[in-house]
Design a protein around this ligand. Structure first.
Ligand code: FAD
Length: 432
């Protein structure tokens, strides 16, 4: 059954969760009270916790499952300085005067993530190849990002071949300040920082209810009640129980990811991490010498694990024609789409704030959101990003259907025209 297959993949551990050894055990004791209570130990929740600790607050993070159980431990680890699905124009339309401030803050957040020790050595930069090459369009987008303070280079066919090892793309945008990390290792490292600085993290503790009272906010869990002064709900697309609204506020989309073993000599071609600009967000990165990670959006039309695997293999073979591949890990994760492709923020009470919407490129964005919402909760100046708070609107099902339809149409077009475009990479130094 298709659903069973997909739900198995959604429950399967990611390659990071399966292989990262340095998990730490956190408290199982619920404190009696806390200045700031964070619901959800993903990147958003943990960066909020660290930021609140900077202000000298007592902080408790409550996690329904384990640290990094949601999108933060299941993603592909691309750290990118631009929001997904946005062009400079569309972003400026939405954020107005606050756009430059936001993109600079995002670039900064990107740098922070990549400067930690879990960034992958020798894999800096992130390429966005253009599936349908149009030089004028690429130049206009590049100039737009530059005007917003983002460093971007326009890559021609030769550079694409050098950096990606394929002739499939004729051009693209290179963001030298992007890169890749092991996201689960990052989450674990952040959790350790929270506890070493006096914060409390309780795993296996789903928050069932959040009730504002006159003098405190009551947070109810199966382990008991906790009194908080300020509450950040950071469940995002994985929100359950009291955080259900963060999941319902977005349209759920599933990404399928897999790692494949491949011969080492292929990797001499030097592959920069990249995600093409197609609507299904197909992406590729090297892990170690003989392994790659790839993935793209799943649609209801794709049914079994075998079909997901052949979809990914087929895509890889369109780019790297005769590359031998052997499946190692396969798993899935949920991202949340919003109509504006930017986060939605909901202020339930001036002491309780929640947000949602990772849109597939949310590593840097989540850390930024965590920090900026703590600033709002504590009345600090901080970043003051231009995301207005509004009531969540649960009207996103149509968005999911639209996205799935566009992805299916795009895949159909790709299959149709793929045979004309299959090209074999030329090893460096060999002229064609
Ligand atoms: C498959 C996949 C690939 C991605 N690839 C990339 C990428 O390459 N680059 C990029 O920038 N972004 C990527 N993203 C997006 C990125 O992973 C997310 O934007 C980011 O991790 C979201 O972090 P978060 O803390 O907001 O949410 P999450 O990491 O989902 O954390 C939410 C946590 O809240 C907990 N929770 C929920 N409800 C409750 C409750 N009631 N009580 C207690 N705890 C609760 C959940 O268990 C979960 O651990 C990807 C996402 C997915 C799913």
């Amino acid at each position: 059954m298709p659903e069973k297959s997909l739900s198995r993949l959604l429950a399967a551990p990611s390659v990071w969760q399966a292989e990262w050894q340095c998990k730490t055990v956190h408290s199982t004791q619920l404190p009696f009270e806390s200045d700031v209570v964070v619901i959800g130990a993903g990147l958003g929740g943990l960066s909020a916790a660290l930021h609140a600790l900077n202000y000298g607050c007592s902080v408790t993070v409550l996690e329904a499952q384990q640290i990094g159980a949601g999108a933060s431990g299941r993603n592909s680890g691309f750290v990118v300085p631009i929001p997904s699905r946005q062009t400079p124009n569309s972003l400026s339309k939405y954020l107005g005067d606050g756009t430059g401030h936001f993109t600079r803050a995002l670039q900064h957040a990107c740098g922070d993530l990549l400067s930690c020790s879990i960034a992958m050595p020798n894999q800096s930069g992130w390429m966005q190849p253009y599936a349908n090459h149009c030089e004028q369009k690429m130049l206009a987008v590049a100039n737009g990002w530059r005007n917003l303070g983002i460093t971007v280079e326009v890559a021609d066919c030769e550079r694409m071949q050098n950096d990606l090892g394929t002739l499939h793309y004729r051009g693209g945008l290179c963001f030298p300040e992007g890169g890749v990390i092991n996201p689960f290792a990052l989450v674990q490292a952040m959790a350790n920082q929270v506890t070493s600085r006096g914060g409390v993290i309780v795993e296996g503790c789903p928050v069932l209810q959040v009730n504002p009272y006159a003098t405190y906010v009551g947070i109810f869990t199966p382990l008991g009640e906790l009194k908080g002064n300020r509450v950040l709900v950071a469940g995002n697309a994985y929100g359950t129980h009291a955080s259900r609204m963060t999941r319902q506020a977005v349209s759920q989309m599933t990404l399928i990811l897999a790692t494949f073993a491949m011969p080492e000599d292929w990797l001499e071609l030097g592959a920069m991490p990249f995600s093409d600009n197609r609507i299904d967000m197909w992406f590729f990165r090297k892990l170690e010498k003989s392994r790659v990670l790839t993935g793209c959006f799943a649609t209801p039309l794709t049914q079994s694990t075998d079909q997901y695997c052949s979809l990914l293999t087929e895509r890889l073979h369109t780019i790297y024609a005769s590359l031998p591949l052997e499946l190692e890990h396969i798993w899935a994760g949920r991202v949340g789409l919003t109509c504006s492709a930017t986060p939605v923020v909901n202020c339930l009470d001036k002491r309780i704030i929640s947000w949602s919407g990772c849109n597939g490129r949310g590593l840097a964005l989540s850390t930024l959101m965590g920090r900026t919402l703590v600033d709002r909760l504590l009345g600090q100046d901080g970043h003051r990003l231009a995301f207005p708070s509004s009531r969540y609107r649960h009207k996103y099902d149509a968005l999911g259907w639209l996205a799935h339809t566009l992805i299916a149409m795009d895949r159909y077009k790709q299959r149709h025209f793929a045979s004309a475009r299959v090209t074999r990479p030329t090893p460096p130094g060999v002229s064609r």
